[in-house]
Design a binder for this molecule. Structure first.
Ligand code: HEC
Length: 148
């Protein structure tokens, strides 16, 4: 299935591969994750929920594998990446102008952008409804951050 190649995988001892979401559940079930980690994961957003949101809301136009271009540029490693910097993608003049200011897609910028997709960058060519729930944006950003 197409989405399976998208699922981030982690290698667990014994060379077993499982999806990150399963590995997290597995680790939680066996108590491998400390309370501090669980606490900060919550505050930072939930990667598993973020992946679901990504597949529902972004995957139609963006893919995560490096270099791949759909209607939008690949979002692999987007957290911390300079705006409009993907080689081979024809960004709009609006987004290029924003990138030329030295802007970077850090978490705060992504959060503001996703809350106000239409108004955040003048002349940007990405049309979709904003993500209005704070927790949804946090989950999405956590997922994007996990795709380095
Ligand atoms: C209708 C298609 C479409 C959908 C759906 C969509 N995008 Fe985009 N996205 C684009 C296009 C096209 C661009 C390039 C915009 C430009 O050049 O102005 C873009 C650009 C971006 C950028 C800037 C990338 C860069 O390298 O500067 C980010 C970040 C982004 N999208 C995140 C998202 C997220 C997160 C979602 C899901 C919540 C999403 N997009 C959904 C089409 C889409």
């Amino acid at each position: 299935m197409r989405s399976s190649s998208l699922t981030p995988t982690v290698r667990v001892w014994g060379g077993r591969i499982m999806s990150k979401s399963r590995a997290v559940k597995f680790a939680l079930a066996f108590g491998f994750v400390s309370v501090t980690f669980a606490g900060s994961a919550l505050a930072e957003g939930d990667i598993v929920a973020g992946e679901k949101l990504f597949l529902r809301k972004c995957f139609g136009c963006h893919v995560v594998p490096a270099g791949a271009v759909a209607k939008g540029p690949s979002l692999r490693g987007v957290v911390g990446r300079p705006v409009a910097s993907v080689e081979g993608f024809a960004f709009s003049d609006g987004l290029k102008a924003f990138g030329a200011t030295g802007a970077v897609w850090d978490e705060a910028t992504l959060d503001k952008f996703l809350a106000d997709i239409i108004g955040f960058v003048r002349g940007m060519r990405m049309t979709m409804m904003p993500i209005s729930r704070d927790t949804d944006r946090a989950d999405l950003i956590a997922y994007l951050k996990s795709n380095k």
